[in-house]
Design a protein. Structure first.
Length: 219
């Protein structure tokens, strides 16, 4: 079957009206950026793999532990992190051995536990006793007292306000525990003092006429 001349002309006109799709040309900068992203992704994947391979389970602090406080199991946790070999840490297998010991420094939640931060020192030490004090705002320094602070507990004047040098008494001690103020604003303080002075300090504490002096914090 032969196509008529009119059909050929229509086909030619129709074909001439078709525009071919444009050829996409990639810019060199786009190609370079794509390759750079691929290389970066491979590097990050390798870094993550190596970090996971070097990670180990160690003991970390779950809740703040004040210096001198007894370490409880609830205050510790096990974490898996990559640790520099130069850093001495406590492996997770030794977590139980830390319970019952005391913090040699202030330990903050989230930090890793190092062996030097833990001490086996018992409070009170031999030859010393601990005495509890309840003090108002005017009886303690404005600077917040901390566990381990060296203090002097001074017996304040009597009802009339007279200062009699012969009756002035000062007890040197170390802060063992600091409790937050209660509803009446009184601060709970436990100090370690020489055993022979503890009875007198306890008796004077019952009168409420005491003041605490903070001495140097230099070590």
């Amino acid at each position: 079957m032969r196509r008529s001349a009119s059909d050929k002309q229509a086909a030619t006109a129709s074909g001439a009206g078709v525009v071919p799709p444009p050829r996409m040309r990639r810019k060199p900068a786009v190609v370079a950026l794509s390759l750079a992203l691929v290389v970066l992704g491979a590097f990050l994947s390798m870094w993550a793999y190596l970090s996971l391979g070097n990670a180990q389970q160690v003991v970390a602090v779950r809740a703040d532990i004040a210096r001198g406080s007894v370490i409880t199991q609830d205050a510790l946790q096990v974490v898996r992190v990559g640790v520099d070999p130069a850093l001495a840490v406590v492996p997770a297998s030794q977590l139980e051995s830390l319970v019952g010991q005391r913090a040699g420094v202030d330990l903050r939640a989230g930090q890793l536990v190092v062996p030097a931060a833990v001490t086996t020192e018992v409070v009170p030490r031999t030859g010393f006793s601990v005495v509890g004090l309840s003090l108002g705002a005017g009886q303690v320094p404005a600077d917040t007292l901390q566990v381990g602070d060296a203090v002097r507990v001074v017996s304040t004047p009597g009802q009339q306000g007279e200062v009699v040098e012969a009756e002035l008494r000062a007890f040197e001690g170390v802060v063992v525990t600091v409790s937050p103020p209660d509803a009446s604003g009184r601060l709970g303080l436990v100090v370690e003092v020489p055993a022979q002075q503890a009875p007198e300090l306890a008796a004077r504490s019952a009168t409420g006429k005491l003041a605490v002096v903070l001495d140097t914090r230099e070590r």
